[in-house]
Design a protein around this ligand. Structure first.
Ligand SMILES: *Cc1c(COP(=O)(O)O)cnc(C)c1O
Length: 405
């Protein structure tokens, strides 16, 4: 049975999440399949940020640290993110970039396993995750062990491994790992585990479960805005002993005592370092309001339906699918390997379909069920077929590399 655009429109009419698209500012005639890189702008964010700028900053000035609750925002917003990842109150802190959060939790985790000198990272993991660990390892004389996509995690573990850092969803292929099973494998070897949730929180149900630490960014599926702060999770069992190497006054037990020496705050606040980006926190707080109304299971169900639809519609093109074919094994993206992936994605963008390219050869399409419609997926597949079928991508202007691919 062939899929028609009218059939897709019917699916949109019956979609339980259909009301959420109107919550976002989206340009006309654009199919936005880049929400896995930078989420779209929620309408309410405009109002919220404007209020923070004009009333809180412009009128109440420095008093807003108290009166507008700025001081507590990292924990208040952290608790709201905690709801999306199965983490209890007081275990999640927002602030800084994901790279910095990885450094913080990795350093704290290594200190919780004295005597063990090896950390395991994914060879195909997001580079910044690897770089943060490599920097820490260079400074603290740790061994970094690569764990490849084909190998079994258990084979990379031994009694020298202090910490394992894993991505829940692979940023290139979209492959989804079994968090509970990998966490159990790491623990069986006496290691701690840190999960990177950048491509899963907000895209599918996440349960930190027995994980020791987790980190994630908020500008992808959570739509927090460019440069929105990351979050970190610390399991309750580690909260009293975990001490990050990166210390600052926002993590001090008594920041306004201005003591000469560092003493960690109680609770997850100890992971604080410098002054948080309040304007970005304001934007993030607004976008999280949407999540209070969303059933994440509906998000996952629609994500599976949208990705299945895209695979079915693009099947005649004979592309090399890099994403697991079984929906249970993938996040909310579809990737194809293609030697001309870069110019194809540039041509698509020029025709109103936003996706991206990840070197060396990955064409990546993100599916954000809150605003992406079935008809959008139909149109994207149609445009992709035209660009490949007619060789439109061969135009010289699509070959030029821009800074951000
Ligand atoms: C997007 C992403 C990051 C981003 O790190 P930043 O420090 O926030 O720029 C890190 N890790 C993974 C796996 C990502 O997908």
């Amino acid at each position: 049975m062939s899929i028609t655009r009218a059939g897709c429109a019917a699916l949109d009419s019956a979609d339980p999440l259909r009301g959420f698209r109107a919550e976002f500012v989206l340009p006309e005639n654009v199919v936005y399949m880049l929400g896995n890189s930078l989420g779209a702008l929620p309408r309410r964010t405009i109002e919220a940020v404007s209020h923070t700028v004009t009333a809180e900053w412009g009128r109440d000035l420095g008093q807003s640290w108290n009166t507008a609750g700025w001081w507590d925002l990292p924990e208040v917003i952290g608790d709201r993110i905690g709801n999306l990842i199965g983490a209890g109150p007081g275990t999640v802190l927002t602030g800084e970039s994901t790279s910095v959060s990885i450094f913080k939790v990795m350093s704290a985790a290594v200190r919780l396993r004295p005597g063990r000198r090896t950390v395991v990272v994914e060879s195909e993991g997001f580079p910044t995750d690897r770089y943060a660990v490599q920097g820490l390892a260079a400074g603290f004389d740790l061994n970094v062990r690569d764990f490849g996509p084909e190998g079994s995690l258990a084979d990379s573990l031994d009694d020298d491994v202090a910490v394992v850092l894993l991505s829940h969803v692979d940023y290139r292929t979209g492959a989804l790992r079994d968090m509970a099973a990998d966490t159990a494998a790491a623990h069986a070897a006496g290691a701690l585990v840190i999960w990177d949730l950048c491509h899963s929180a907000g895209a599918l149900p996440v349960e930190v479960g027995a994980a020791d630490f987790a980190v994630g960014c908020t500008y992808k599926y959570l739509n927090g805005g460019p440069g929105a702060p990351s979050y970190l999770y610390c399991a309750p069992a580690h909260l009293a002993e975990a001490e990050p190497v990166l210390c600052g006054w926002h993590g001090h037990a008594a920041p306004f005592a201005f003591e000469a020496d560092y003493r960690p705050a109680t609770g997850v606040r100890r992971f604080g370092a410098g002054t948080p980006p309040i304007l970005s926190m304001s934007a993030l707080g607004a976008s999280l309001e949407l999540w209070d109304k969303v059933d994440i299971r509906s998000v996952r169900a629609k994500s599976v339906a949208l990705t299945e639809l895209f695979i079915a519609l693009t099947e005649p093109l004979g592309l090399d699918l890099a994403t697991p074919r079984d929906p249970a094994g993938r996040g909310s993206q579809i990737s194809f390997r293609h030697e001309h992936g870069y110019p194809i994605m540039r041509a698509l963008l020029d025709h109103g379909v936003h996706g991206d390219f990840r070197a060396p050869d990955i064409m990546r399409f993100g599916f954000t069920p809150l605003f992406l419609r079935y008809v959008d997926v139909y149109d994207a597949a149609d445009t992709l077929a035209e660009i490949i079928g007619k060789g439109i991508w061969q135009d010289e202007r699509y070959q030029r590399r821009v800074t951000v691919t």
